[in-house]
Design a protein around this ligand. Sequence first.
Ligand SMILES: [Zn+2]
Ligand SMILES: [Zn+2]
Length: 116
Amino acid sequence: MADCELCGVARPTLCPVKVKAPGVLSAYPAGTWRGINLECLNICHEANMQRVPIKAKKCDLCSSKNVPLFQVKVPVPIFQEPYHRETIKAICESCFEACEDTIKRREAEKEESHHH
Ligand SMILES: [Zn+2]
Ligand SMILES: [Zn+2]
């Protein structure tokens, strides 16, 4: 099991998203992997369509500062009714693109498995 880096929900498998984290960009210029679950991947995809700006200090996925950020509403689990709370996260444009890449890659993989 691994925890989603956005909402914290544990899943057997996460969707790897390649982000350009500024802190380690010199060590990993091609980007580093963040794991988010499928729910969050879809939420990011929808948020990318809407692009609602949000004022935040940094991107919640790659920690980029001083970049335009957009709001993403993720349901974070809590231990009482209704068992999740909508939490607003801030995601940068480059992470949105990374999410789109992951979605495209997943779709390509799905195509592959249909042929076999
Ligand atoms: Zn998540
Ligand atoms: Zn980011």
